[in-house]
Structures are given as structure tokens and as C-alpha cells.
Design a protein around this ligand. Sequence first.
Ligand SMILES: NC(=O)c1ccc[n+]([C@@H]2O[C@H](COP(=O)([O-])OP(=O)(O)OC[C@H]3O[C@@H](n4cnc5c(N)ncnc54)[C@H](OP(=O)(O)O)[C@@H]3O)[C@@H](O)[C@H]2O)c1
Length: 319
Amino acid sequence: MKHISLSNYGKIPALGLGTWKSNKNQVNNAVKKALTLGYRHIDCAPAYDNENEVGEAISYAIEKGVANREDLWITSKLWNNAHAPEDVEPALKKTLKDLHLDYLDLYLIHWPVVVRPDIYFPRGGEDLIPLSEVPTLETWQAMEACVGKGLIQQIGVCNFSIKKLGELVETSTIKPVVNQVELHPYLQQNEMLSYCKKNHIALTAYSPLGSADRPKRLKKANEPALLTNPKIAEIAEKHSKTPGQILLSWGLQRGTVVIPKSVNPGRLKENLTTAELSLKLDEADMTAIAELDLGYRYVDGSFWTTPGSPYTMEELWDE
Ligand SMILES: NC(=O)c1ccc[n+]([C@@H]2O[C@H](COP(=O)([O-])OP(=O)(O)OC[C@H]3O[C@@H](n4cnc5c(N)ncnc54)[C@H](OP(=O)(O)O)[C@@H]3O)[C@@H](O)[C@H]2O)c1
């Protein structure tokens, strides 16, 4: 398995297993199967409402000798209602308890968005608090303190624009090692990729296959389908691979980490094989895929910008 080196020390497996939308009944078997196949990186979050089931699978695999804890890379995320500095460590400890772990390899701020502490998912704009009232740097400093206590090895962010990432890089003591963002051929994130390379920040691609299993309420009408794109299908045929393998190979070849979600044993294997094969897309393939960029977000964050919210799409993405 290819790894991506991090700025301070350590290296992250370049392919991990996503767990958003993997329901409680499926995720335990999916994680056990993944670890047995050879996955060593699992992407989790309390907001996925399945950390306990993921944790049971991880501890089962460790007990059975399938993997050692030190060979695993487990990521989780700080939810938006726990950004107040005093709420960070309790939120982290809840995640550690659910995942049956005593430390995380990576802890990420899930969104640059703050929700009232007594609410999980906002019911309306009034449940959101502006970032100016709970500055990201204060949340970050509480995460830095958890690194000092040995509860987390590395810290980073998700869904941060270059502007927000730059502010954190300039003001933090421990620099963010990862930004996890939506990234696929319809949203190629070229500027973000250059910024991250220049600043030695690893870029993790979420929804690398187009996140087709999102609930209807999170989908827009006439979304472009990624896995059935004719150009991707053509390149897949040329290399005798599946469209999914081409999408993942493209992400890996650009030096990003990819975290496809699957609960299907065949697709779990197919996705892992992609990272093990190191398929080389040629210049013509890369040029053709570069032309597919639409700047299109499947997970566009508009759910944070409902009427009455202090957040707007422009401020969220700084675009
Ligand atoms: N930080 C954030 O804000 C954030 C946001 C979104 C996602 N994420 C993370 O990124 C992970 C991946 O993103 P995602 O879940 O949105 O979507 P995704 O990985 O792009 O797509 C998942 C969908 O693709 C299917 N699939 C998996 N492998 C396939 C293959 N080889 N061929 C065809 N279909 C395949 C899955 O079905 P089966 O399960 O049936 O195989 C599922 O329907 C998440 O699970 C989560 O861990 C993070």
C-alpha cells in the first residue's frame, strides 16, 4: 500500500475506507472484511452515527490478530457542536470510547461551522453560531492540548478553503497535516492541491466516486453522474479496469489520499486492489480527465446556509 508522508512525522495510507452512510447493520461486517482484505486506514466521524459499530469491528480484528493497532490509521472528526474549547476533549473522549481506542491517528475539524452545543444537526439557521464567536484558533488550541496528552497523534481539518487553511497555518503552533475535502474529476481542486503541496499538507479526497448513495434531501436535481461518465468508461475499458478504479487511480496518481466508502465485499476488494496495483494512467488519460472539471460539489454545504444562518455559501467556501 502506498503511503503519503506527513509534514512532521508519520505517513498516512493512501487509500482508506469511508464510513459515512454505512448503516449500523452493515458497517461492522464491512470494517471487519476491509481489515481482513488489508485495509489499514478507516475514516470515521461521530456524525456518521456508527462509531460504536466501527469500533467493535476494529477491536475484533485486533483481538483476532488480523491487524496490530500500531499498523492502523484511524481518523475521526470533531463535530460542529463541540467547537468551544472546553467541549473538544469530552467530544474526543466520547469518540475514543465508541471506537474502543485509547488514541486516534488523526483528528479533524469536520466543518468550519459552529452549531449550538445543545443541538446536533441544526433545525434552522438560528441553531448556528458565527465563527467569530467561537474562533477556529481556540478550537484548534484545544485539539493541540489533546495531542500533548497523547489522545491524538495528528490534527487537521476538513472542508477548509485555502484562506481558512492559510490563517490556521500562520497562527497555530502545531500545523494542520491534512485537509480533507471533496475531490474527484468534477471538482479537481487544482489550486488547493498546489497550496497543500507547497505547504506540506496532505490532501484527502472525500466522495472520490461521486457519493451516489447520499440521501435524496442532500441531492440536487440533475446531478452529473461520475461513475457513468463516458470518458471515464472509455479509459476504464482501455485499461481493462472498472470506472471506480480509474477514479481512484486518478486521485492516487495526483498524490491525494482517497477514502471510498463501500459496504460491498466485492467493491471493497476492487477499491483496495486499485491502491495495490498502482495503475499508471498515461498523459492522454490525465489530459482527458483534466477536461472534465466542472467545479461541481455534491456535498456543497448549503445545509449550513438556511434562512437565519450566519453562514453564506460565499463565506463557507471563500469563493
Ligand atoms: N469530511 C467530510 O465532510 C466528508 C464528507 C463526505 C464524505 N466524507 C468521507 O469520505 C467517504 C467517501 O465519500 P462518500 O461516502 O460521500 O462517497 P463515495 O466513496 O464517493 O461513494 C460511495 C458510493 O459508491 C459506491 N461504491 C463504492 N465502491 C465502488 C466501486 N468500486 N464501483 C462502483 N460503486 C462503488 C458505494 O456503494 P457500496 O457501499 O454499495 O459499495 C456508495 O454508493 C465517506 O464515507 C466519509 O468517510 C467526508
